[in-house]
Design a protein around this ligand. Sequence first.
Ligand code: ASP
Length: 600
Amino acid sequence: MCGALRAADAGKQAVLMGWVNRRRDLGSILFVDLRDRTGITQVVLNRESNAAVRDKADVLRNEYVIAVLGTVKRRDADTVNKNIPTGEVELVADDIRILNESKLPPFLPSDTALSNEETRLKYRYLDLRRDAMQFNIETRHKVAKAIRDYLSAQGFFEIETPFMTRSTPEGARDYLVPSRVQPGTFYALPQSPQLFKQILMISGFDKYFQIVRCFRDEDLRADRQPEFTQIDLEMSFPQPERVWEVVEGFLKAAFRAAGFEIKAPFPRMDYDEAIRQYGIDKPDLRLPPFTDVRDCFAPENLQQLAVNPSLPVVAIRIPKVGELSRKERDEIKPLFVSKGGAKVFEDFKRIEKNFAAAATKIVQKSGAAPDDLIVIVAGSAQTGEQTALPPHRKVTPAELSIYASAGLLRLAVAQKYAERHKGFQRGDFRFLWVTNFPMFEWDEGDKTWMAAHHPFTSPHEQDMTLLESGVESVRDPHSSLSAVRALAYDVVLNGTELGSGSIRIHRQDIQRKIFRALGMSEEEAKSRFGFFLEALEYGTPPHGGIALGLDRIVMILAGAESLREVIPFPKTARAVDLMVDAPTPVSDAQLRELGIAVKK
Ligand code: ASP
């Protein structure tokens, strides 16, 4: 245990085994920093006290694996290294044994400058030896264990579900596995254990969880991996609040395991409210919400500004950005992505100059301090007509466009000026439950309704009549399906979605209706989900659950920049494992056996 020796061990004999992290050759004295998982100890090989051992050590190079037998000695006061726990002692070698040599590595675990990522991934075993990676993997272990322990103590069983299964509709492409015994047929790797966990509820295991690998063939963005790990959970007979309580409990345990205390319960917000206040369904609460400033302008002001008076006019406020130069103001414009005719007024000075009364009211209403940045977003006068609000909803599609444009700009500007407002400090964790999502989203390409979460999510009790009437016109983007809310919820942290879940449909007739609303014929529903529809007919309890991304949680807790930093063997953005070099072509014989021919 290279990291274990302390001053109190002085005088004792010890045997350490590990890697040569670094060596300093002063001629008659050689210092070796010996490293293992627990840390580093300085080993001293001194010609004066033991010439044979010092000479034997001449051949040592970085990353050699050695065993050292020696005597623990306190270091002189002026050579104490305060940066490492073993810095008060050193091991004076009486004997060494070389357990293995090492070629000169392409980079050293002790290097402070990082190699390029491709090299790191190709030589992942060397990369994983680095301190930072050892810390990340340890954090991952501790976090997963804390979650397992918490859920087990709450009476949850961890139950495995198959990897070789059939397609689950989570909205991504499947990875397929050909069957040799039944040529021409394929298993799909699960995008999630969704249907299995629901079937476990039907099977009477009322509290299930699994820390489980999921597979989705998506175009990879920086924060995605083709295989990733979910903390998957399902319960029978829960209200949404019960699921949230369980999640808050295990997150508390997970954060504590990584050294952070968090408070629960987390605040809750309706999806529509999140859109109105933050323009996004995963609000970052570390910065102020929008201020609705339409009423700060006189009607003629809005006319002069060519702003649609029936659409929202919102002020984005980013604290402490300070006075912006003209050039800086110009840089805000390109950050603005206009949806549905939204426009931006990035020069608040101009508003102050031309509409002084309105500007004063805006400052007052938004509570802006003199050095806060204010940017206004509104709908341009040419935007289309407002539509009526659907029942139980607070945002129309036209309003959504304005809010969404403002929401993206708010985040982009906040990111750009993070150094100035200092609102994004590590350790400031703002959690939020976002609830009551819309059940369906219109897909303009396919001209169909899609499940916003997944098709097993229960619609809101109050919206069943909207569903009834909506299934009569499933090709209509204005059908009442647009107003159906889902009993779905997301847990959000600092603008990142950590997980989503829902109360599920437990009645077969409603499940059929949802499939119909999604444009699926009876036959198609039967062929894809017949087994599940049948299972629903055998006494299915009301149930609900959630899944959270473990990789992302660990990434946040470890303070890492990407998911690849917390996954031992990740894939690149092109879904390649550079270490084992996968994927690869396979032999003709293998293909023949599977009855597969690859097109050249
Ligand atoms: N299976 C869902 C997902 O992977 C989560 C859930 O509804 O529990 O997103």
